[in-house]
Design a protein around this ligand. Structure first.
Ligand code: ADE
Length: 224
């Protein structure tokens, strides 16, 4: 998969998506990441990309033309263009799975008060990462890229690592334990030490339901 990010702050991406699992996915050629800066497509020598909003009000709005050109410079037939904005539908595990099936994503990051509405016509969808407003779409774009990247076949070491964790099957994930067996007087649940795979699986299923019931009962209403 390839992901191109349209951003005024391309330098924000490498420290995050160059590290750890996404970094490894890139060196292994499973994920390609590019950035494109709308400032490189500005029409004046000051490289202006924003202007005051028509109708007045606080803040600046990203102008349509530099964004349009930046998107067009990376978009190709079959690309999916996703705009990060708090106005979009909420990003979730299902959206990550759907986007992970794409060959090429273009993630468009807003800044300041927002984008000129007319440029949104170039986007296939809008996505919000939650009901709060960040200073820009860069962190949301990194979150989407990370959530999608780990679903690309081969990116996670164990084939099933992504299949049995929070939100898969509509439940939160069961708790995990590692050595020592007793830590400051607290024991690892007996079933996990039994070596009995059936019993362990059953304990994990029950624990996942218990955690979900306590913390996110809303998820149980939508799962089977
Ligand atoms: N840009 C600013 N806030 C955002 C949010 N919550 N989701 C996506 N993009 C954003």
């Amino acid at each position: 998969m390839r992901i191109d990010v349209v951003t005024l702050f391309p330098e924000m991406f490498e420290p995050v998506l160059g590290a750890s699992i996404t970094g490894r996915a890139r060196t292994r050629g499973l994920l390609e990441l590019g950035t494109v800066n709308p400032r490189d497509f500005a029409a004046d020598r000051h490289r202006t990309v924003d202007d005051r909003p028509f109708g007045g009000g606080a803040g600046m709005v990203l102008m349509a033309e530099p964004l349009h050109r930046a998107i067009k410079s990376v978009r190709r037939p079959g690309s999916r263009v996703v705009c990060l904005t708090p106005r979009g539908p909420r990003f979730d595990a299902a959206a990550a799975r759907r986007l992970a099936r794409e060959e090429h994503l273009v993630l468009v990051c807003g800044r300041y008060e927002g984008l000129d509405e007319r440029v949104l016509r170039l986007c296939d969808e809008e996505v919000s990462i939650g009901d709060f407003v960040l200073t820009g779409g860069e962190l949301p774009a990194m979150m989407v890229a990370d959530a999608v990247a780990r679903l690309i076949p081969g990116v996670l070491k164990k084939a099933d690592a992504a299949a049995c964790e929070s939100f898969e099957g509509g439940l939160l994930e069961h708790p995990h334990y590692t050595r020592p067996r007793v830590w400051r007087g607290r024991k690892v649940p007996e079933a996990l030490l039994s070596g009995d795979h059936e019993r362990i699986a059953e304990w994990r299923r029950c624990a996942a339901r218990r955690v979900t019931r306590r913390r996110r009962p809303d998820l149980l209403k939508t799962s089977t």
